[in-house]
Every structure is written in structure tokens, then in C-alpha cells.
Design a protein around this ligand. Structure first.
Ligand SMILES: NC(=O)C1=CN([C@@H]2O[C@H](COP(=O)(O)OP(=O)(O)OC[C@H]3O[C@@H](n4cnc5c(N)ncnc54)[C@H](OP(=O)(O)O)[C@@H]3O)[C@@H](O)[C@H]2O)[C@@H](O)CC1
Ligand SMILES: [K+]
Length: 520
């Protein structure tokens, strides 16, 4: 499912006009679709008759849509009052027809406006928020903030038209002076901001309404929300007569004397990915304590000094030998980033067969961030899986800068490094150097715990092992499956109580559920 930015929606509007569907057509379609959705939600025309509806009208086209919806609702028997929450341009083309259809227009901007609205709300069944849509451009100020607060206090149910006022369509940032909705009726395409924030307390339940945008214009949209159907399509084939060689093999390079859990979780996750074989290369100091912990995997120690640190040159030779017949390699979980680990990673990456796909996670990313123009030092196709802190180090900017514009940052990093980038966070983003961008539908604070990233890296390594040509697709699939399993862990333990190991044990559930659907 495509997700639009405000600028893309604007461009689509312009292309619609060129294709013969005018802005007026779109607004008429939008207003009618909103009115129909409200009527259908109530059940019948009879239910709508006599209902008291207040429409909050803003300064732009969102407000114009509100007038069109009000016109239809009034024609169908509702008692509609449009409350002006901003000055509107004259002539106000959608206002006159609405008034002719019986809509009462009141000015919310006068001194007595808020008081009048307060009285009216006492007998109002429904508020339609047509104040701001995709054109919101600055913080909400007086007198609008008081008007919106009056509505919020009244506890009358709110239906937002296109977006709840205060919710930024691109970033998902929410202005606390805004108006949360019970329902959001989204026009044409879902907006990317709400998907990125994942805060459904602001949008309530969303549905997307068809407003008659001509077909074929969505190629202008960069971002796609990954749906369960998309993920099902991406699952690597599992031929009935396949053997373990059919499903590829992954090598996980990680662990250190100080960090033992990360590589174990990545390995455990890889064994639930469907890959045929999982190998682990871990420093001798770690091998002595965790070697064999995941019984399905094959472990080998990497040469270490007496103090437990890697012996970089010999260890890299061993890892390269182990990597030689593997169809994917994961580097990073728990590896540490001291000088031995840094030299080891540099040597390993520069000597791998250049067509071998690599998943770079955790400490591998911190090591690369310290390496001058690392992206030119090896040729291998790769997926990088940074969290915002790791991304800030990779790009040399602050974490706040990353968080403020995650979409652009993910795309910029993918293009600059010429690698697939998974920018983790609420609604993880997957960006490809060719400009494609997928958005995870999962938002789950239960994943904000040490170990979640290791699980994702191992799962991804195992998926890439099965389909090494399709890094963007496998990264998107891994993020989806990881989120799906985490959702199941959340239903059992809650966001507070769930652990990364609970996610691992549920990684198989998406395959199981999908296969069951397939066979029904
Ligand atoms: N694109 C499409 O295909 C279609 C779009 N459609 C509809 O159009 C909507 C977008 O319309 P829009 O561009 O007129 O923007 P909208 O949100 O109504 O308001 C912009 C106005 O608000 C003002 N303003 C900004 N921030 C503010 C603040 N904090 N407090 C107060 N004022 C503020 C801003 O002022 P400015 O920034 O210019 O100073 C400007 O005057 C879209 O959501 C959908 O409903 C459909 O009808 C048909 C198909
Ligand atoms: K709105």
C-alpha cells in the first residue's frame, strides 16, 4: 500500500488535473465520500435524519471539503453547523452551495465564538474536523487552539477529514494543541506521517476513501507500507523436494569475551529463518563459553590473543575460509569495536568474495563509522541495519537530526553508501539505493530492548541466504516477520514484559499462518 507525502499528494493533484479530473472534481468526490462514510457508519439515511453535526472549517481545501460534506449531510436531513476556525479566501466557492442546502455558518473567531461553540457542542452528536489537512505548516496558535480545546473538552466524537488537525502528514509529529479523532477518513492515499508515528490514539480508526484520482499516478509515490500480502509474496520458495543445500547457508560473525548473548540470539533467529544451515564464527574467548549453545548451528572459534581479544589477521583468514561457500554473512552482533575487532572487520570485508551479500549490524556499523569512506573499500552487496544512534555515527550527524527526518535520512544513506539500509525505530524503514522505500506496519515499544536488533540481523542473514539476489526484498520481509512475531509476543507478555527471546520463539508463526492460509 502506497504512503504519500504532502508534496507527492500535491503532485498527484496536478497530474489528475492534467489527466482531466479537476481539483473541483476531486473536492466534490472527497466531500461526497466523507458524507457517505459518515452516513454508512450511522447505518441508514433515517439514522442521519435530525443528527446535529458541527463541521470545523479551516482556511484551505480541507475546509472546502468540509463544506462539500456538510452540504450532502444537510441535504440528507442532518442539522449541520459550519464553524469557521480561520479566515477563508473570497469568493469561497463551496460555502454558498452549503448554505443553500441548509448549513448554518457561524464565526468561531469572534470573542464570543468559543462560548457559542461550547453551548452548541452540548447538543452535538458529531464533530467533523476540516480545519487542517496536508497543508498544515506551523504550530497551532490562538484563537484556533482554544476552539480545538473546547471541542476536546466536550468529548463529542470527532471524525477527522484527511488528517486530524495537529498531526503532520509527513513526519507524524503531533501538536499537543491539535484535535485527536475517533475516526480519520483519509482522502485518496494514506499519508506517511501517521504510519511513521504509529500513534493511533491521534487518528483513531482510519479508512481510506476513493476520491476518483485517475489510475496510474501512484508511480510518483516513493514509500510503500508492507502489508501481510506483500510479505507473503516475498517469502522464499520452499520446494517440497528441497534439501538443506536448496535453502542456502549463513555465517554469523560476532561475539566477544564481553558480549555473549548477541551472537547467540542472532544465531537462534537465523535457525528460524528457513535457511538450510547456520554457521557461527566467534572469538575463542566467546566460543569456550557459548559454542554449541544453539544446537542447530555449527560453531568454530576465531583465533584470539591471551587477553581474549581477536588476533585480527589469523581470525580474518579463518572467517574468510568459513564464508567461502556461504550464501550470506552477518557481521557484527556482540563483536565489540576495539582496535582488534576493527582491524578484523576491515580485513574480513576487504577479502570476502566480492559478490557475497553481507548483513552489517551493531558493532560492525560502529567500526565502519570510524573508517574513512568505508563504502568504497569493499564491493559486496550489503544490508546495513542501524538504529538511529548508529545511523547518526554513520552519517556524522546528531541522533535528533536522524529522528526529525527519518525518511529522507534512510534514502540519503542508501544512496550514499550504495547499500540497502534498514533504519530501525517505531515503523522501521527499508531504503534501497535506487530510491525505493518500504515502511514497516509494526510499531511496538516492546522491541526497544537490547537483543531485538540481534534477532533481526540473524533472521535477515537467514533470509538473504535463501534469496541472495534480493536484498531489499529480504530486508523488508525480515522486518515484517520480526514485527509480526513481536506482535504475538506482545499479546502474551505486553510491551513491558516481552523479551527478544520471546520474539525468536515466535519467528516461525508468520510462515505457519501463511502456509495455513495457502492450503485452505
Ligand atoms: N491534494 C489532493 O489531491 C486533494 C486535496 N484535498 C484536500 O485538500 C487538503 C489540502 O489542502 P490545502 O493545501 O489547502 O491545505 P489545508 O490543510 O487545507 O490548509 C492550508 C491552509 O492552512 C494554513 N495553515 C497551515 N498551518 C496552519 C496552522 N497551524 N494554523 C492555522 N493555519 C494554518 C495555511 O496557511 P499558510 O501556511 O499558507 O500561511 C493554508 O492557508 C487535503 O488535506 C484534502 O483535505 C481534496 O480536497 C482534493 C484532493
Ligand atoms: K482535518
Amino acid at each position: 500500500m502506497k504512503l504519500v507525502t504532502a508534496a507527492e499528494m500535491q503532485a498527484i493533484e496536478e497530474s489528475s488535473v492534467e489527466a482531466g479530473v479537476s481539483l473541483d472534481d476531486l473536492m466534490e468526490n472527497a466531500g461526497l465520500a466523507v458524507a457517505e462514510a459518515i452516513r454508512d457508519d450511522l447505518g441508514t439515511h433515517a439514522e442521519l435524519f435530525g443528527k446535529r453535526i458541527v463541521i470545523l472549517i479551516g482556511p484551505g481545501n480541507n475546509g472546502a471539503d468540509g463544506f462539500v460534506a456538510g452540504r450532502h449531510l444537510s441535504n440528507w436531513g442532518a442539522k449541520v453547523t459550519a464553524v469557521l476556525c480561520a479566515n477563508r479566501k473570497t469568493p469561497d466557492l463551496k460555502r454558498d452551495p452549503a448554505e443553500q442546502a441548509g448549513v448554518t455558518v457561524e464565526d468561531g473567531l469572534t470573542d464570543s465564538g468559543t462560548q457559542l461553540l461550547q453551548q452548541r457542542l452540548a447538543t452535538t452528536d458529531l464533530v467533523i474536523d476540516a480545519v487542517l489537512g496536508t497543508g498544515a505548516s506551523r504550530p497551532i496558535a490562538e484563537p484556533l487552539s482554544s476552539l480545538l480545546f473546547t471541542v476536546l473538552e466536550s468529548a463529542v466524537p470527532v471524525v477527522a477529514l484527511d488528517l486530524p488537525t495537529g498531526l503532520n502528514s509527513d513526519t507524524g509529529e503531533y501538536d499537543v494543541a491539535g484535535l485527536p479523532a475517533e475516526t480519520t477518513l483519509v482522502l485518496g492515499y494514506p499519508k506517511i506521517g501517521p504510519a511513521l508515528s504509529g500513534d493511533f490514539t491521534v487518528t483513531g480508526e482510519s479508512s481510506v476513501l476513493d476520491i476518483g484520482i485517475p489510475d496510474g499516478l501512484d508511480s510518483q509515490i516513493t514509500a510503500t507500507l508492507i502489508t501481510a500480502d506483500d510479505a507473503t509474496e516475498l517469502l522464499p520458495e520452499r520446494p517440497i523436494d528441497g534439501h538443506k543445500g536448496t535453502f542456502g547457508s549463513t555465517l554469523i560473525v560476532g561475539g566477544s569475551k564481553d558480549y555473549l548473548g548477541a551472537v547467540t540470539m542472532a544465531t537462534d533467529a537465523a535457525t528460524r529463518s528457513g535457511a538450510g544451515l547456520t554457521f557461527v564464527a566467534t572469538p575463542k574467548s566467546a566460543y569456550d563459553r557459548i559454542g554449541g549453545l544453539v544446537p542447530e548451528a555449527m560453531y568454530r572459534p576465531l583465533e584470539s590473543h591471551a587477553n581474549g581479544d581477536l588476533s585480527p589477521t589469523e581470525a580474518a583468514l579463518t572467517a574468510i575460509e568459513m564464508a567461502s561457500r556461504r550464501t550470506s554473512i552477518v557481521v557484527g552482533p556482540g563483536l565489540g569495536s576495539n582496535s582488534s575487532a576493527t582491524e578484523f572487520v576491515s580485513t574480513l570485508l576487504s577479502q570476502l568474495q566480492p559478490d557475497q551479500p553481507v548483513v552489517l549490524d551493531a558493532d560492525a556499523l560502529n567500526i565502519l563509522a570510524k573508517t574513512y569512506r568505508w563504502w568504497e573499500r569493499f564491493e559486496n552487496p550489503a544490508v546495513l541495519t542501524p538504529h538511529p544512534g548508529e545511523m547518526s555515527r554513520l552519517l556524522g550527524i546528531s541522533t535528533e537530526q536522524v529522528q526529525l527526518n527519518r525518511l529522507a535520512i534512510a534514502l540519503e544513506a542508501a544512496e550514499k553508501f550504495n547499500r540497502v539500509v534498514v533504519l530501525k525505530g517505531a515503523a522501521t524503514l527499508i531504503a534501497s539505493p535506487d530510491g525505493r522505500l518500504n515502511v514497516s506496519p509494526w510499531v511496538n515499544s516492546g522491541l526497544a530492548k537490547g537483543g531485538s536488533g540481534d534477532v533481526l540481523a540473524g533472521l535477515l542473514g537467514g533470509l538473504v541466504a535463501q534469496q541472495p539476489e534480493d536484498l531489499f526484498e529480504m530486508a523488508s520481509l525480515a522486518v515484517f516477520i520480526h514485527g509480526y512475531a513481536a506482535d504475538s509476543a506482545r499479546s502474551e507478555f505486553g510491551e513491558t514484559g516481552m523479551r527478544p527471546t520471546d520474539v525468536i520463539s515466535r519467528l516461525g508463526s508468520f510462515y505457519r499462518d501463511t502456509v495455513q492460509v495457502d492450503r485452505q
